[in-house]
Design a protein around this ligand. Structure first.
Ligand code: CP
Ligand code: NVA
Length: 313
């Protein structure tokens, strides 16, 4: 079904937005970043529940501070000890939370649980990371690329390492804006065939000239404009899986030689980073690294998203 121009009620994946809506969010974010008072009272009287099943530094603090800057109130609901749906149904969660809150920001394991919550809650639901998507991160990432390289369109974003939640959301955002997403992952650790097909369809439907390519060969990253990596062991991976992953991914570590192979690229990482594992300290702390701009941009991008979700942009 064709998407309307109306802003979606929830933000669970990047492709919930049209490319034009994504562009509008980025414009609002750039405006908010320049002017600290922008949208200062937009969420006055609104309460946002932040329901987190997993740990967080950036997402939690950027949302809490950001919502405060917009005049709203953020209530942190620690759900680390129990998954939603265990004590009572997700349906009832949604129906109860909508009676108190004007919005829900949720960091969970299951994307399906998030979808069920959104389907049963009249207040907007924002995905603050699930096992398969990290759309708020991707908003900040494309904002950061735009700031440093002028645009995402026509740029090659080489993501090296584990094809995970960060990769999928980044790929969606990059192709929607006309960028070329290159995923370099060991065999069996890239995005699934279904995810790749959906990203390619999204690139075609977005008509911005974007593309998606996958490889297991690090040589493929030559000439990339952006080198991006993330942890090899995500929060949803078991400790039993960790040892195998650390062995398998070793040749994909981003070090000075890898950056030289790309030649003049900026380095990106959603953080937290493990220095000496997926990236060496000299790269993450080096001149080409923009990781702290990314971290800062979480707040500007999310505030822009909230302004659009609440019809205040
Ligand atoms: N990048 C990111 O989402 O960081 P946190 O896990 O600290 O929120
Ligand atoms: N892929 C990581 C991202 C953390 C921000 C995880 O899911 O743990």
């Amino acid at each position: 079904m064709a998407k309307t121009n109306a802003f979606p009620t929830d933000f669970l994946t990047v492709d919930a937005l049209t490319p034009a809506q994504l562009g509008a969010v980025l414009k609002t974010a750039a405006r908010g970043k320049k002017d600290r008072r922008f949208g200062a009272k937009a969420l006055a009287g609104k309460s946002i529940v932040m329901l987190f099943e997993k740990p967080s530094l950036r997402t939690r603090v950027s949302f809490e501070v950001g919502i405060n800057r917009l005049g709203g109130h953020a209530l942190f609901y620690d759900h680390a000890k129990e998954r939603i749906g265990e004590r009572e149904s997700i349906h009832d969660y949604g129906r109860v939370l909508e009676r108190y809150a004007d919005g829900i920001v949720a960091r969970v394991f299951s994307q399906g649980a998030l979808e069920e919550l959104a389907a049963n809650c009249d207040a907007p639901v924002v995905n603050a990371l699930s096992d398969t998507h990290h759309p708020c991160q991707a908003l900040a990432d494309v904002l950061t690329i735009t700031e440093h390289l002028g645009s995402v369109k026509g740029k090659t974003v080489a993501y090296i390492g584990d094809g995970n939640n960060v990769t999928l959301s980044l790929a969606q955002a990059v192709v929607m804006l006309g960028g070329h997403m290159l995923e370099v992952a060991p065999e069996g650790f890239g995005l699934s065939a279904a995810e790749v097909a959906a990203i390619s369809n999204l690139a075609a439907a977005s008509r911005a000239g974007g593309s998606f390519t996958a490889s297991s060969d690090v040589e493929a990253m030559s000439g990339a404009d952006v080198v991006y990596t993330d942890t090899w062991v995500s929060m949803h991976h078991s400790s039993a899986e960790a040892a195998r992953r650390l062995r398998t991914f070793k040749p994909y570590q981003i070090d000075g030689a890898m950056m030289a192979r790309a030649g003049g690229a900026i380095f990106m990482h959603c953080l937290p980073a493990e220095r000496g594992v997926e990236v060496t300290a000299d790269v993450v702390d080096g001149a080409a690294s923009v990781v702290f701009d990314q971290a800062e941009n979480r707040m500007h991008a999310q505030n822009a998203l909230l302004l659009h979700l609440f019809g205040e942009a």
